[in-house]
Design a protein around this ligand. Sequence first.
Ligand code: SF4
Length: 355
Amino acid sequence: MIFRTPFYYNNFRCIADKCKDNCCIGWEIDIDEKTADRYKAITGNFGKRLKDNINYGDQPSFILGENERCPFLNNCNLCDIITELGENSLCQICSDHPRYYEWYGNIKEGGLGMCCEEAARIILSSPLPFSFDETVIPDESYSSCDEELYNLVFNLRERIISILNNENYPLADAFSDTLSLAAAYQECADNNLPEPENIPVMQAVAADIKEILIFLLTLETMDEKWHPMLKNAVENADDLISNQQKFFEKNPKIAEYMRNIAIYYICRYLLKGIFDGEFYSAVALAVTSTIVITFLWELKWLESGLSEDDCIEIAKNYSKEIEYSEENTDAMLNEAYENPAMAAESLTAILRNFM
Ligand code: SF4
């Protein structure tokens, strides 16, 4: 079977105690059955500690401590399971994180989730052009997929990535053509039409980014600082829009970061659309997420200046809010069809206003 990953995939190493955030705080960590059985068999003091801190219900999980800390995260923010039993003793979720996987027939795709600080740094700072690596791995069990639809959406993804990779393609045009192409491919899949050769011209209709920010305020939140930041962006939206040009001029790396973030979302979500036939929403999610993150970068820049670390932190926080929660990710994907501000024509107008 083929294992396909972004070219930067193998660069990831957890920065452990140097991480400002920590993925072992603030969320429930389920333990797979095989690892739970292995932990049960550990004897001695550490075996007792494992038993006392694992909830062996229908779905075994760690019993979180104060401030929702994993009970095995020590005061130096290092994992005691690794120090006591070795890295190979981690449960599936902990050893995978922040990597994600998806299977399409005999192809397995993997990537790094941007909700991790180090992964966000790698994603943002990867040099363009983006490409995939492929290796052959032993077969894993997989379910079949609709090959015709897979090929169609795969071609769309290749075209989008080549647009976003091309730094001579003006940023607003690159994003708007990406949306336009996705809408055309979706129409083609829905109506059994031939694959579009040219990129249709997208007509912009008046739209307001505030509508997207207000929608984000309705989603469940992970961090108490998230909603105040979004509210601040809504209140200052006009100011942010009028300063946009200056923001891009003073922060020349932003354009490359934006392309990298959009490519990240396209890689992670677009092909998944073949499972229910709805893939335009993944492109709307990619463009909307990139716009919102950029807006929040600008807010930080206007308030107190913007460093590379700030860009990484804001992108990571956005990803955590939207991608740590399956409900939030699904709500964003649904919103692409429900919220007029996330229609291709509206996002095009927001982009034209924006860059
Ligand atoms: S968020 Fe990423 S870098 Fe930080 S502790 Fe978790 S895996 Fe390591």
